[in-house]
Design a protein around this ligand. Structure first.
Ligand SMILES: [Zn+2]
Length: 500
């Protein structure tokens, strides 16, 4: 039941970039029906939220999420909801299990249309926007092998993309450091991109390189998007490894040049200098091109030696790398085992190259430079987690702390109203999400109320409390989905949002 709700005495920061103003807000039938001076609305509502001393903003939109299937497993999606995220954009880095046949427990889907109805039956707490992932559709059509896509395969991938677009996908993504996307050449991507010409469908990309070939990779991404709708979202924009930190100014300039040429280019970023991915991403070339690497490693002691040696010559400093589930650095693991860091890393590959690891590979100065750009929005790159009371958190803190941390950093760099805009209206505009991202009459009442001085995440890699501090209320579609006075109670009011 969608109640009549008044949020009063708070400072309304509407997402447009306008400074917060003391106003009251009225919600009826799931929509924002009016915003008025303090005391403007009669107290005859079903629910009155006293927001005194707090900021009232649109619900946060996570521009870069990996909710997908995990969200069906953990429909309360606490890791996101507790930060104030009310809408997630899934299907990033080329991975969208929603756009190909899939199953989880007793749930099955053949593609995005069915996934959307499965999600509806499951009642997830947050709203979902989906992008169609190139890795997922390429694997569906031609497996994980290192082969060039022929005419028929490209046609089959285009059919899957078209089906996803018809079912409401906001665009498509690539993840060109992952299998099997890394086997695709620019020509393949161009042929897929053409499908979006004349539409608003965006291309999001985890680029082919974020380090050594960073600028070349950006140019490829721009070329691919230009062949289609001309709309590009660079995923988790960064400069990877100290040897590439100096490229940041050229990187930002090349993006601005593309914008000036008439393209619609944006980026997202999580506010951390540790990246997070599979430990297998530490594999140097050419071993990183072999999808059967893990099997070969297990089968041959000689090959294990070869890998340990190759790691010694890699430009990465592996010592601070954290195995997130173990909550230990490779340096610590190496010391415990009495081996070198590189050998310890090889032994982790042997255990599983799919294990999650966090790499200390970004620059804090460049992070600030990137976050200062008005076209960079917040994106966690995080998965959905349940976070039951007492459960030890073992992951990258970005999954539970991106939004408080982004808010604090961008507020400091650009002011509170701008920080809010980059977490709300900007991602809504980038992904063309209707009626969301602003506090405005007629807009859907996805709203958060939080103490802007206290809003913070203490989450780290060592099992610190993952619960953000300072969030008070999270409303989804005009319903109170979470309130800090009853922290274990979660209401599931999210929807699948088709984008046309
Ligand atoms: Zn990525």
């Amino acid at each position: 039941m969608q109640a009549k709700i008044i949020i009063k005495n708070g400072f309304i920061c509407d997402g447009s970039g306008t400074a917060p103003q003391k106003k009251d807000l009225l919600i009826e039938k799931g929509l924002i029906s009016a915003i008025g001076e303090p005391g403007a609305f009669q107290d005859n509502a079903d629910c009155i939220i006293d927001a005194a001393g707090n900021l009232v903003t649109p619900g946060f939109i996570d521009a870069h999420s990996h909710g997908d299937v995990r969200k069906l497993r953990y429909p309360e999606n606490r890791s996101k909801l507790f930060q104030g995220v009310t809408t997630e954009v899934d299907g990033n880095c080329g991975f969208s299990y929603s756009c190909v046949p899939g199953e989880l427990e007793d749930m099955h889907w053949s593609g995005l249309a069915e996934y959307a109805s499965v999600m509806k039956q499951r009642s997830v707490s947050t709203n979902t926007v989906v992008l169609c992932g190139h890795n997922s559709i390429r694997e569906q059509v031609m497996g994980k092998q290192n082969v060039k896509a022929g005419k028929d395969e490209i046609a089959a991938m285009r059919r899957l993309m078209e089906q996803a677009f018809e079912a409401g996908a906001a665009g498509w993504t690539s993840g060109l450091t992952y299998f099997p996307g890394k086997f695709s050449d620019t020509a393949e991507l161009l042929e897929l991109s053409v499908l979006t010409k004349g539409t608003n469908k965006i291309h999001g990309t985890h680029m082919r390189s974020e380090g050594e070939k960073l600028l070349e990779a950006l140019h490829e991404a721009i070329e691919v998007a230009r062949a289609g709708s001309g709309r590009l979202e660079v995923s988790h924009l960064k400069t990877l490894f100290p040897g590439n930190f100096h490229k940041v100014d050229q990187l930002l300039q090349d993006i601005r040049d593309a914008q000036q040429s008439g393209m619609d280019v944006h980026a997202d970023r999580y506010p951390y200098i540790y990246t997070s991915t599979r430990i297998g991403q530490a594999l140097p070339s050419p071993y990183n091109m072999d999808p059967d690497f893990a099997t070969k490693l297990r089968a041959s002691v000689d090959f294990q030696e070869e890998i340990a040696k190759a790691l010694e010559h890699s430009p990465r400093d592996l010592a601070p790398t954290i195995l997130t589930a173990k909550k230990k650095t490779l340096a610590e693991i190496a010391q415990e085992k009495g081996v070198s860091v590189e050998r310890a890393c090889m032994m982790e590959f042997l255990e599983s190259p799919e294990q999650n690891a966090a790499f200390l590979s970004c620059s804090p100065e460049n992070l600030e430079k990137i976050l200062s750009q008005p076209w960079v929005c917040a994106g966690s790159d995080g998965v959905s987690m349940q976070l039951d009371a007492g459960e030890q958190f073992g992951g990258h803190p970005r999954a539970v702390g991106t939004f408080p941390t982004f808010f604090r950093m961008v507020s400091k760099l650009c002011g509170v109203a701008e920080a809010v805009r980059r977490m709300t209206a900007l991602p809504a505009q980038i992904f063309r999400i209707p009626q969301r991202g602003l506090l405005k009459p007629g807009y859907i009442a996805d709203i958060v109320v939080f103490d802007s001085d206290k809003f913070e995440s203490k989450a780290g890699f060592r099992g610190e409390d993952p619960m953000p501090i300072g969030m008070k209320y999270v409303l989804v579609g005009g319903n109170v989905a979470w309130d800090a006075t009853q922290p274990n109670k979660v209401g599931r009011y999210g929807n699948f949002i088709p984008i046309n």
